[in-house]
Design a protein around this ligand. Structure first.
Ligand SMILES: Nc1ccn([C@H]2C[C@H](O)[C@@H](COP(=O)(O)OP(=O)(O)OP(=O)(O)O)O2)c(=O)n1
Length: 130
């Protein structure tokens, strides 16, 4: 069964473009000194908190409901997601992690851990498989 999704990401900028933009942003401000792995990780977690606040106390919401939020709220949502992504990209860069390559490898690993034959329609952790 395939699930259709009419949302598609833009081809550009890609993760390397964003890595480069964050590098320039930090260089232009002499912020390299603050962008240590630990600081970036903490900044990212802070932004995850800000993203969480958008969903705090709303109760469960469906994708369709979120897609119908007003433009101001949807823009806020995109900005908080972007802050998380940008700090993650910067963190990966400062740790020497090739993020798209690592994510691609992880998707393959996830597929091996959760074979569709065992996981289909079930959200159990793979450790529960016999
Ligand atoms: N030392 C810093 C500070 C900011 N940024 C960049 C990365 C984030 O995308 C964004 C975060 O900026 P703010 O800390 O001002 O956070 P918000 O944009 O979420 O603003 P606010 O906290 O007012 O909601 O700016 C950065 O790279 N390094």
């Amino acid at each position: 069964m395939s699930i259709t999704n009419d949302n598609k990401f833009s081809d550009s900028p890609n993760l390397e473009d964003l890595r480069n933009s964050m590098q320039n942003f930090a260089d232009e401000r002499d912020w390299e000194q603050y962008h240590t792995p630990r600081n970036l990780m903490l900044a990212m977690v802070g932004e995850v908190g800000e993203l969480s606040e958008i969903f705090q106390w709303t109760g469960e919401v469906t994708s369709e409901q979120v897609k119908n939020w007003d433009e101001k709220k949807r823009q806020h949502l995109g900005e908080e997601m972007s802050d998380v992504l940008l700090y993650l990209i910067r963190l990966a860069d400062k740790c020497g992690i090739d993020l798209p390559a690592a994510a691609s490898r992880k998707i393959i690993k996830n597929g091996e851990k959760y074979p569709a034959t065992k996981a289909f329609g079930k959200s159990d952790k793979y450790t529960s498989y016999e």
